[in-house]
Design a binder for this molecule. Structure first.
Ligand SMILES: Nc1nc2c(ncn2[C@@H]2O[C@H](COP(=O)(O)OP(=O)(O)O)[C@@H](O)[C@H]2O)c(=O)[nH]1
Ligand SMILES: [Mg+2]
Length: 464
């Protein structure tokens, strides 16, 4: 089954889905789920995912399945009322109806033939144990109003990566905060300490002031217990991050259907533009969109090869010009032609990590932009600034030089793993007012996903 990673839902379910399209941004947080309820919710979700995984495994290995089913006559429909029962049944994988499996195998085999993308096996997501990681991820999804049968292994997998990726930031930030908070009501002293912690996580002065002023105002009105204080803080952080997303009117960022989408990746050297482009190409193919890559970083000899490797990994063609110092605008020119000829959904453009001090390089970027606007005026163009979280706000200031030349429309934050400056997401939102669109937390092909403020803040402040 094709899962649209941009929309976070099965492609087949587009029309009848009752899911909010809003990618989780400040949903009606279901605080009414008690701890017990959320454990039950997690158990049910786990049982369903496990069943789904069993079926998918069976589809990939039909012979094994059929013989195992032959050996066992105890085949029946599953009625989900007790997750433990289900799990027990699933562990022997007998409660799967043969007919439905056979038809799934058929439809999946047909699809396989049609799908030209060759994505490596290592891309497969596997459901882990029913552990703390799972229950935390389940809680985050449940809190966004999601039903236990509406979640995917992909989402659980990503939330685990996100939480892990933010570990370093969390250690500096949350551990300090929670230690100070204890179980007592919030005091002005704790709020003062919070100020320091936010600044240290590189949230920036503006966002920090905004959040703390709101918290102080609230404290003047009423006494806040530690739990309510934490909830209020999370809401405030979400609001800061959501402001530019709301202003953009686009959430989440999805390649528009029936139209050429051109996404430019810009930013200084080494921030992760090419890696992000490779991951986006993979995300697009995995989600059922056709993609094409323009290797417009013509300054570094190895750049084209690097892009080519990423293209190969996902079966995405790369338009390049291997001659030394080829004109990036010419590569983009060719790529737009190819994209139109092939009716491609998404053209991803890699650019050089040029330094803003070299003015002529900025001119090159402007030229690329002009070519796009002239050649594909009907296209939906996104200019995404790639930002290395480990450089924190320094990187942000440096990168903003690209704003004028590239007409930035959004930000991708990379390298959240290994950075203790995850708070930079707040600085991006409040100081440069750009919506965060994607977030990278690792070098692997799956380590990039659409940004979701609620999940980000939950992962940033996860207290276990
Ligand atoms: N840990 C980690 N490394 C990353 C991430 N994104 C990119 N990198 C690494 O950063 C380095 C530079 O990436 P590259 O895409 O070549 O940067 P570019 O110069 O902006 O194109 C490479 O070694 C990547 O593997 C990320 O999210 N996490
Ligand atoms: Mg590069």
């Amino acid at each position: 089954m094709s899962y649209d990673e941009f929309k976070r839902q099965e492609r087949e379910n587009y029309s009848d889905s009752n899911r909010d399209q809003n990618n989780g941004q400040s949903k009606q947080v279901n605080d009414s789920l008690s701890q017990n309820d959320s454990l039950e919710w997690a158990k049910e979700a786990y049982a369903r995912l496990k069943q789904k995984q069993e079926i998918e495994k069976a589809i990939q290995n039909p012979v094994e399945l059929v013989s195992s089913l032959d050996n066992n006559s105890n085949i029946k429909d599953s009625s989900i009322d007790n997750s433990y029962e289900i799990e027990k049944k699933l562990s022997s994988s007998e409660n799967i109806e043969l007919n439905s499996i056979t038809s799934l195998i058929d439809s999946e085999n047909n699809k396989e033939e049609k799908n030209t993308a060759s994505i490596e096996d290592s891309n497969e997501v596997i459901l882990g144990d029913f552990d703390d990681q799972f229950t935390w991820s389940a809680e985050v999804l449940a809190a966004q109003g999601r039903a236990a049968d509406q979640i995917s292994i992909e989402e659980i997998d990503w939330l685990g990566r996100l939480r892990k990726g933010l570990e370093k930031t969390r250690k500096g930030f949350v551990s300090g905060l929670l230690d100070k908070l204890g179980d007592d009501p919030l005091t002005p002293e704790v709020v003062d300490d919070l100020e320091m912690l936010l600044l240290r996580a590189d949230a920036g002065v503006k966002a920090t002031d905004e959040v703390l002023n709101a918290l102080r105002r609230r404290l003047n009105e009423e006494v806040l217990g530690s739990e309510d204080g934490l909830r209020f803080l999370k809401d405030q952080l979400c609001q800061v991050i959501n402001a530019p997303i709301k202003e953009s009117g686009i959430d989440p960022l999805i390649p528009e259907q029936g139209r050429l989408n051109i996404w430019l990746l810009v930013g200084v050297n080494g921030v992760g533009k090419t890696t992000t482009l490779g991951k986006l190409a993979n995300l697009a193919v995995r989600s059922g969109y056709s993609a094409l890559i323009a290797a417009a970083d013509t300054f570094r000899a190895a750049a084209v090869e690097q892009v080519q490797i990423w293209g190969d990994r996902s079966g995405v063609s790369v338009i390049a010009n291997s001659s030394a110092n080829a004109d990036p605008a010419a590569v983009v020119f060719d790529a737009i032609g190819a994209a139109k000829a092939k009716d491609v959904d998404l053209l991803l453009v890699d650019t050089a990590g040029r330094l803003q001090t070299k003015h002529n390089l900025m001119e090159e970027l402007e030229k690329v932009r002009r070519i796009i606007d002239k050649l594909a005026p009907e296209a939906s163009v996104e200019s995404l600034l790639v930002l290395d979280a480990s450089q924190g706000q320094n990187g942000l200031r440096q990168a903003m030089a690209f704003g004028k030349a590239a007409g930035l429309t959004g930000v991708v934050i990379t390298k959240l793993d290994g950075s203790s400056r995850g708070g930079v997401a707040l600085a991006v939102s409040s100081e440069v007012n750009l919506p965060i669109r994607f977030i990278g937390a690792g070098e692997g092909v799956r380590d990039l996903r659409p940004f979701n403020s609620f999940e980000f803040v939950e992962a940033l402040l996860a207290n276990r």
